[in-house]
Design a protein around this ligand. Structure first.
Ligand SMILES: [Zn+2]
Length: 269
């Protein structure tokens, strides 16, 4: 199992081999805040034990978005501490309620197909928790001697992404990803993504002037990395607009796209 890495005083990350997911922990004098929950009951229980190694402060939980790898550990995590508040955008609650079961079945199929039977069993036994504390634009979580600001910067990776700002450390969820060869994967541009609005969401991220940005997957990054990701997304959005207007062929758009071909194809279609 991985170790916690301290990104700033009392601000930790824990990065897992499974999907290269990163979760966060912000420790205050009265409470702590866990950012994202991993993807199953077993994984949520592991994370609860790991949090206890760092602090005995009772946790609050925030979901950056409803995708299973970030949200499905929430029920086990909350229960491990006696039913704790789960913060999220209202759209996250809606997505988990309307699509959680479908997503669970889809990922069970994917894991079954690659022989990951322990994960299939774990997912099948995973209750999906609905967030208890929801908001539209922003919220502040009081941890005692510090607060963490939760902000919805507009649609991007989903229609309900939330960033968590702890001083100069910013948890970005999948609004920012860092993978070999670039800033996004094909999964970044799933059916929930809003390519046209995404650059504006990253503009909002940059207004917080973060020193460290923690992507949902991959290495920590900085503001210049986020600026480049924003520019790449803007280029992709412009190329897609040109294809739809008939002034550029799909092949021409792929050629001009700034990301690896398979990632660009997912973004453009
Ligand atoms: Zn996601």
């Amino acid at each position: 199992m991985p170790d916690w890495a301290e990104q700033a005083c009392g601000v930790y990350t824990r990065r897992y081999a499974e999907l290269d997911l990163t979760v966060g922990l912000v420790v205050g004098s009265q409470r702590c805040l866990i950012v994202d929950t991993r993807g199953s009951r077993g994984q949520g229980e592991e994370l609860a034990a790991a949090v206890r190694e760092v602090t005995s402060a009772p946790p609050e939980i925030v979901l950056t978005h409803a995708h299973f790898d970030h949200a499905f550990g929430a029920a086990a995590l909350s229960a491990a501490f006696g039913d704790r508040p789960i913060w999220a955008h209202t759209g996250c609650r809606r997505a988990l309620t309307n699509h959680g079961e479908h997503d669970r079945r889809e990922w069970m199929e994917r894991y079954r197909a690659c022989g990951e039977h322990a994960l299939v069993d774990d997912l099948s036994a995973t209750p999906i928790a609905a967030p208890t504390h929801t908001f539209e634009r922003s919220a502040r979580v009081d941890l005692g001697d510090r607060t963490v600001e939760l902000v919805h910067p507009g649609p991007g990776h989903t229609d309900h992404d939330v960033i968590a700002v702890a001083g100069d450390v910013l948890f970005a969820g999948d609004l920012v990803e860092h993978v070999p060869g670039g800033s996004f994967t094909e999964e970044s541009f799933g059916p929930d993504a809003h390519l046209d609005a995404w650059p504006t969401a990253l503009d909002h991220v940059l207004t917080h002037r973060p020193r460290v940005v923690l992507p949902g997957h991959g290495d920590p990054v900085d503001a210049p990395f986020v600026t480049r990701a924003r520019d790449d997304l803007r280029t992709l959005a412009d190329l897609r607009t040109a294809v739809r207007a008939g002034t550029l062929t799909p092949a021409g758009a792929l050629e001009a796209a700034p990301l690896p071909p398979e990632v660009s194809r997912a973004a453009l279609t």
